[in-house]
Design a protein around this ligand. Sequence first.
Ligand SMILES: NC(=O)c1ccc[n+]([C@@H]2O[C@H](COP(=O)([O-])OP(=O)(O)OC[C@H]3O[C@@H](n4cnc5c(N)ncnc54)[C@H](OP(=O)(O)O)[C@@H]3O)[C@@H](O)[C@H]2O)c1
Length: 426
Amino acid sequence: MSSIKVSIAGLGTVGQGLLSLLVEDRRFTRQGIDFDIAGVSARNRSTKREPSIESYRWFDDPVELATDPETDIFVELIGGADGMAKAAVIAALEAGKPVVTANKALIAEHGPQLARLAEEKGVALKFEAAVAGGTPVVRGIRDGVAACTVKAVSGILNGTCNYILSTMAKDGRAFDDVLLEAQKLGYAEADPTFDVDGIDAAHKLVILACLAFDAAIPMSAVSCEGIRGITEGDVAAAKKLNMAIKLLAEAVLKDGKVALRVTPALVPEAHSFAKAMGSENVIIVDAEPLGRLGFNGPGAGAGATASAVAADLCDIARGSIGPVYAAKANLLGKLDYMSVDEIENPYFFRVLLKDEPGALAAVAEALAAQHISIESLRQPPSRKKGASVTIVTHPCRASAAKAVKQALAAHPFVEEAPSILPIVTP
Ligand SMILES: NC(=O)c1ccc[n+]([C@@H]2O[C@H](COP(=O)([O-])OP(=O)(O)OC[C@H]3O[C@@H](n4cnc5c(N)ncnc54)[C@H](OP(=O)(O)O)[C@@H]3O)[C@@H](O)[C@H]2O)c1
């Protein structure tokens, strides 16, 4: 069998993981697929890599590698929405070379435009590893539910937030303290913005939503709130309710409109979302007439992510070209968007009140003013001055919950701005 020559730009965690997979005697050789390395590129040639890259052709410029005549398939593992990653992917597609990438930022920001180029040129553009690492959710939505109407896609998509929130719950520690430790242990980047502010989860959500709703969805359509505002008090109060706080990403279709949000939320401990620890990702797709479909698995790591990249390479080797999304790129439409304020959930309120008569009544009044009814109210004994009250409401619109938060934040009986979080019901 003649070999397929793969070029790899980016030799970090995933690039080295992919090299290891491709040079070992793997299952794809039994499937009659033989990969060879046409060339490699990274920033610094002298960095020691595992496996060694000494025997491979080296390119300082990923664009040159992408368009090299020896390249049959170009793999982009550099990262970043723009810059060299984008330039090299465009160059490869322009030159008629199929592309595989793990780059969620690039696909979330420019996926539909790149898909149009790939389809014009009649070549594949695949990005299974860009969402949930080794878990085949891109295929699952693109191919598995191709005949269904997707009503919602929701998931736990960021391992750094999983680590921080579960450590806060386990050890009763503050966000800043756990973040610092996560950075020291290498679980969080030196600049944690993308992870803890929800941008990484929003990138993945946009990719899944484009696949699910056959639309070109801009990042600006996602309402994005991260976990910096979560306190150890919130986490402890959630735990007392047998719930965990998680960073939830969800896209919901209602009355022909889609709302997309990334938000911290409470999840019952028995729910699969609450069980996602560390780098594990969990995604639930709700589709007609299929019902609910779950995916869970490793969302990061060299071996897991490289296996998704290699699976895309196998697909291309077997002759799969596309389409890139479930719909052809020129059929990806515009969606009607619904404000996330219209999403209904039960809500968790935690509010620190002055220890004065009438304080609790003021909270009840603020909720009643927004027609929100209370399901349960707890006021555990507190060693602090004042009373920490936890309320779970019946379902209400996000806009009503926000209005209560605003009213309470300004109320003379309230010591601190209250925490409000939606509760995900199974
Ligand atoms: N890590 C994961 O678990 C994971 C999971 C899912 C998806 N992804 C995605 O996979 C991609 C790669 O992630 P990673 O974790 O492997 O990143 P990484 O460890 O930071 O590696 C990035 C690689 O790109 C090279 N590079 C950076 N700028 C370059 C430039 N201008 N020209 C040529 N090469 C350049 C670096 O070269 P040097 O080594 O010489 O510095 C390095 O080899 C990203 O898009 C990421 O979002 C990663």
